[in-house]
Design a protein around this ligand. Structure first.
Ligand code: UDP
Length: 385
């Protein structure tokens, strides 16, 4: 059973998660939804990420209840994986008859499940929408973020998901502006803050109690933390080699710890590319709590991740984003992020600036640990009728 309750639920929100960043976002949402006795909120795990380091460890560390349904789609090309998600999610959605389907972020599970939901014909009409509407509500959390780079698979997922969503929850003001510019009606869009930060603030104390920093022999404030996994950075061996070469020079100044994403490890092995020098520690991906501790104690973080730009902002740790664009501009204007590009000519000066200049102490509005609660309340206002 997905929930203990004394009263019959008045509506059901089928929640979807499939990949590492999704688990961090779904944890507080499930908590907020399931704390309402009149809400049923079963969890579907699509299985986009399936190994322990990218999936189970998040369930264990963040106290996410075991999925009610697992689709086990596994890895494949974008088209095949998305198709598999669609094929396997449809019968689940038909059996569950949800009043709403909630998706987070920008991965293939996000668009795949949103698409299924947007065309589903329920057995019942939705009371809040009158007798005519039989399609479940599509809810997108982290709506409206745009890198304006269609070469990013995630950008396609974001845009397509937003256009078929009924309730769009935005984490920062730029997202609201983007959705308005795309013609999404204002009444569908809610600026609520950032659910990733809900998770961070709730886990921070436990993270700082882990022994990862001492176990790796690191000096707090004396090392850099690296993550890389975007296809544009890791799939082309020449680009990956250029990035690692400039990071080698960074390592000469500040020792670097690099938890290597499986995708990146495979590309490094296939291309025969690896960092040189003794001042690197190459490790496997670490659990959420350990990674949060590693971020908190770092001198700086160098990354192409989306979520890590946000986490470093709240931790007050300098972030160099190794990309040419960011869909999270609030981390630059109201945070600690510097867009460093992907070439030596831009990364090296950004690194020097980061070492020289202190971070601003501004923080984005509403990144306060209460975003999931705001979302659950807004869903309630629409569905609990
Ligand atoms: N993360 C983690 N262990 C690691 C690297 C990252 O727990 O070794 C966490 C990180 O704190 C953040 C999330 O994974 O919460 C970000 O996921 P990722 O960078 O894969 O996805 P993106 O945010 O780029 O979509």
């Amino acid at each position: 059973m997905w929930q203990n309750r004394d009263v019959a639920p008045s509506y059901k929100v089928l929640c979807v998660a499939g990949a590492r960043p999704n688990f961090v976002k779904i944890a507080p949402l499930l908590r907020a939804l399931r704390s309402r006795p009149h809400v049923a909120a079963p969890l579907v795990h699509t299985g986009q990420h399936y190994d322990r380091a990218l999936s189970q460890v998040f369930f264990d560390q963040l106290g996410i209840p075991a999925p009610d349904l697992s689709l086990d789609v596994g890895s494949a090309s974008h088209a095949q994986q998305t198709a598999e998600i669609i094929k396997r999610f449809e019968p689940v959605a038909i059996a569950e008859q949800p009043d709403a389907v909630l998706v987070v972020g920008d991965v293939n599970s996000t668009i795949g499940c949103a698409l299924v939901a947007s065309k589903l014909e329920l057995d019942h009409a939705l009371p809040w929408a009158g007798p005519a509407r039989r399609r479940p509500l599509v809810i997108h959390v982290e709506a409206g973020l745009r890198s304006f780079d269609d070469g990013m698979p995630e950008e396609i997922n974001r845009k397509l998901t937003d256009v078929i969503s009924d309730l769009l929850f935005a984490s920062e003001p730029s997202a609201v502006t983007n959705l308005r510019a795309e013609g999404i009606p204002d009444e569908r869009v809610h600026l609520v803050g950032n659910v990733m930060i809900d998770t961070l603030l709730a886990a921070r104390e436990r993270a700082l109690a882990t022994d990862v920093v001492t176990r790796l022999g690191l000096t707090p404030g004396g090392y850099g933390l690296v993550t890389l996994h975007r296809p544009s950075n890791v799939d082309d061996p020449r680009q990956l080699a250029e990035l690692l070469a400039v990071l080698d020079d960074v390592a000469a100044e500040v020792p670097l710890v690099f938890p290597i994403h499986p995708r990146t490890r495979a590309r490094m092995e296939a291309g025969g590319v690896r960092p040189f020098g003794a001042r690197w520690q190459l490790i496997d991906p670490v659990g959420y709590l350990e990674f949060l501790h590693l971020q908190s104690a770092a001198r700086l973080v160098l990354t192409d991740s989306g979520g890590i730009q946000e986490e470093t902002t709240i931790l007050g740790v300098r972030c160099l984003t190794l990309r040419d664009s960011t869909e999270r501009p609030a981390t630059i204007t109201d945070g600690t992020n510097l867009l460093a590009g992907t070439r030596r000519e831009t990364i090296w000066p950004a690194f020097q600036q980061a070492m020289r200049e202190p971070c601003s102490d501004r923080r984005p509005a509403l990144w306060d640990g209460q975003a999931a609660e705001r979302i659950a309340a807004a869903i309630d206002r629409t569905l609990a009728q």
